[in-house]
Design a protein around this ligand. Structure first.
Ligand code: ZN
Length: 347
């Protein structure tokens, strides 16, 4: 079985160490997409695990559907104090889970540690944070998070914060929405480069993307995004953005989110894996196969029923093989490309 390292999931939200109604990550569940037994069944050996702070208030119904498509109004910003509290809980939850797993799970901070975990048959988690709301203007919290193991950061989720503006959800729409990074956002990019924290561009609006492209010394990374030319969702990457990612030796993790995959932007679980494979093929063509990977978005969205959960990842590999990817390319897409980019991004 081909080993898979996944670029993005939201499973931290669902583990019982964080959520009172959450799942036991060490036991096979039928809820959600990911736990250790299902990861093992699917050949998933590790991935980037996102910490994320939900809105303080349940979100309003902010979806507008017209004949010309749909648009979701951007949720409001959240407070630093609330975000810090929730992220501290999620970090503690991950450490508790690691301790309870008796070596079956390891929180890793470098490619060397990931490789060692794989040799020891230990599942390698890399800690990511989706949205920098728990970091204040003096960026001191970034150092603390780094010391706690954070190695990957999305400056924004799809909402504004003091660093920049997330892209709102919509189809068919351009990702060019709102202004670029704030001066503090630029400081945060420099500080991530200095520490060796990978910067994730998924959820950033287009102007913010170009600011990072201009400033950052590291490869440009979108952990879970698809191709805008195929599905014109705001969350997807335009050809110009893809070209910039290629030139930086960066990477795109293909998101399995059905409404970012389908050309019609519909939220429909009966999305074929051939359709998903079209995004991989487009990216391999435009970027070269060294710059394409998987960013499942497990436990964060609706994925194709033909994959269903992490145990169905071999079905994705089969679809890619049937689409013409050879064994060498499949190994690159499945994990080797992530290892290269993580190696260049972390230190
Ligand atoms: Zn996301």
């Amino acid at each position: 079985m081909i080993e898979i390292f996944d670029g993005h999931n939201d499973s931290v939200q669902r583990i019982k160490e964080y959520s009172p109604n959450g799942i036991d990550f060490l036991e096979r569940s039928t809820v959600g997409h990911l736990d250790l037994p299902r990861a093992e069944e699917g050949g998933m050996v590790g991935g980037l695990f996102a910490m994320f702070v939900r809105p303080e208030q349940p979100p309003r119904d902010n979806l507008t559907v017209t004949q010309a498509g749909h648009e979701v109004a951007l949720p409001g910003a959240i407070s630093l104090a609330y975000a810090k509290r929730e992220i501290a809980k999620q970090l503690a939850a991950l450490k508790t889970l690691e301790a309870r797993a008796c070596g079956k799970i390891r929180l890793t901070t470098s490619v060397d540690e990931i490789e060692r975990a794989r040799l020891d048959h230990s599942f390698a988690m890399v800690i990511h944070m989706e949205g920098a709301e728990s970091i204040g203007p003096d960026l001191q919290e970034l150092d603390e998070l780094y010391d706690s193991g954070l190695r990957s950061l999305g400056l924004v989720w799809s909402r504004p914060n003091i660093f920049g503006h997330g892209v709102s959800f919509g189809w068919p729409r351009s990702p060019d929405k709102g202004p670029g990074l704030t001066p503090l956002g630029m400081d945060l990019v420099r500080e991530c480069n200095r520490l060796g924290v990978m910067i994730d561009l998924s959820h950033l609006n287009e102007r913010g993307f170009w600011d990072v492209a201009e400033l950052s010394a590291a490869p440009l990374v979108a952990t879970h995004s698809c191709v805008h030319t195929i599905c014109s969702s705001t969350r997807n990457l335009t050809d110009m953005q893809l070209d910039a990612i290629r030139e930086s030796d960066g990477i795109v993790g293909v998101n399995l989110c059905v409404n970012d995959v389908r050309p019609d932007g519909r939220r429909d679980g009966n999305t074929s894996l051939d359709m998903v494979a079209c995004h991989f093929a487009y990216l391999a063509d435009r970027l070269g196969v060294d710059h394409v990977a998987i960013g499942s978005d497990f436990d964060g969205t609706m994925i194709p029923a033909a994959i269903a959960d992490a145990s169905g990842l071999p079905n994705l590999v089969t679809a890619l093989r049937e689409h013409g990817f050879d064994y060498t390319s499949l190994r690159k897409i499945a994990s080797e490309n992530w290892m290269r980019v993580l190696h260049l991004s972390l230190r």
